[in-house]
Design a protein around this ligand. Structure first.
Ligand SMILES: Cc1ncc(COP(=O)(O)O)c(C=O)c1O
Length: 377
């Protein structure tokens, strides 16, 4: 989006405003498909659950990774008009419930849809057997998350050494393990994580086959890095490695799934905010803007992500601090931003802020989340 377009949207809708360009969402989805043609892409709704985004991805044929019942219903909204049989086929073929820990109420609600669900421990297996016995199971493995921006392996995934027993256990109690899954950590720029995870998965599949259980699905999770800066290697480089390793390690008939979240939406949004205060503290200029880490910039805290701030004004820059509007000192977007000398009332913006940002915005301190504006829908 050009600076003029951003200014025009801010003038029309006010600030803070979170602008989602659906053309980028479609392009990102299509580039994922182009580079990984054998992989069925399940958009991880958690990255940005705006119903408009889910609908755009539904229209281009995406599948969906949901991690809660409300996320499931967001996707379901798009298929509720279909005849019952088509709804059921969509849920079977295009939705995975990829949270390994599910409340009993959720399992009960899910069971009638017979979806794919993940698990990674024996207690969850017992719950699924009791409350959602019609589900298809996917066992999530713990794999290296080395160097990824967001680490997930301390919370999820069964140790590879326990995997075959957990698969065996599921079949013993009458459940069907259809797949294996893993997540290499979000914004994974160390592609070796994927290679190790693929090799671990292939070994577990072989061992499982020897025990009489053939696994048909491999879910390679999320982690596909967004192009936040020029140092991030492109999806093309990762895809070349993944395609080669998948061809080498797995039979042709294997079904490959992925759960990209960040890659699909990160580059599709821009946040525009207004300077509401200015002070000089310890000889450094501090700008206070009307968006912050309790709002669109929540990824600074939860996602360990940085969103450089830009101004619409040219001129010599200096190192400044940028704070959010709330009374909490944690509401600090950056202590080292290169900005020109700006006045109260001027606008700032951050690009590539579509993932894990508006998704975790709050109403803290009486400030509501930024208005969301969708363009090129
Ligand atoms: C189970 C699961 N799948 C997919 C994703 C999406 O990952 P990413 O945004 O890195 O593609 C996440 C993110 O936390 C996840 O927990």
């Amino acid at each position: 989006m050009t600076q003029d377009q951003l200014k025009a949207i801010a003038a029309e809708h006010g600030t803070p405003v979170f602008i989602v360009d659906h053309e980028f969402i479609r392009q990102n989805y299509l580039s994922f498909k182009e580079h990984l043609p054998k992989v069925q892409a399940y958009y991880a709704v958690k990255a940005n659950p705006a119903p408009e985004i889910v609908h755009t991805l539904y229209k281009v044929g995406a599948s969906f990774d949901v991690a809660s019942m409300p996320e499931f219903m967001l996707v379901y909204e798009n298929i509720k008009h279909l005849p019952a049989k088509e709804q059921q086929d969509f849920i079977w073929d295009k939705i995975i419930y990829a949270n390994t820990i599910k409340p009993i109420e959720t399992l009960k609600a899910l069971d009638r849809y017979k979806p794919l669900v993940t698990y990674d421990n024996i207690e969850e297996l017992k719950k699924i057997q009791q409350h959602a016995p019609h589900s298809g199971l996917v066992l999530r493995l713990k794999v290296p998350n080395t160097g990824s921006m967001v680490e997930l392996s301390s919370k999820f995934g069964c140790p590879p050494g326990e995997a075959v027993d957990l698969i065996d256990e599921a079949f013993k109690v009458g459940l069907d393990v259809e797949g294996l899954s893993f997540h290499v950590g979000s914004q994974c720029t160390n592609f070796e994580n994927y290679i190790q995870a693929l090799n671990l998965s292939a070994n577990i599949m072989k061992e499982s086959k020897d025990r009489g259980h053939e696994i048909k699905i491999l879910d390679i999770g999320g982690g596909f890095p967004a192009a936040y800066d020029k140092n991030v290697k492109p999806i093309k480089t990762l895809a070349r490695k993944l395609n080669a390793e998948i061809n080498r390690l797995f039979p042709k008939e294997i079904q490959i799934l992925a759960e990209p979240g960040r890659y699909i939406v990160a580059t599709a949004a821009v946040a525009v905010s207004k300077i509401v205060g200015k002070a000089v503290r310890d000889e450094k200029t501090c700008y206070y803007i009307n968006d912050g880490v309790y709002h669109t910039y929540s990824g600074v805290i939860f996602d360990h992500c940085k969103y450089p701030l830009k101004s619409f004004r040219e001129g010599p820059t200096q190192i400044c601090s940028v704070f959010g509007p709330t009374c909490d000192a944690l509401d600090t977007i950056s202590l080292a931003e290169e900005l020109p000398d700006l006045e109260i009332g001027e606008l700032l913006y951050s690009e590539n802020i579509g993932a894990y940002s508006a998704a975790s915005s709050t109403f803290f301190n009486g400030f509501p989340p930024a208005k969301v504006v969708h363009v090129n829908v």
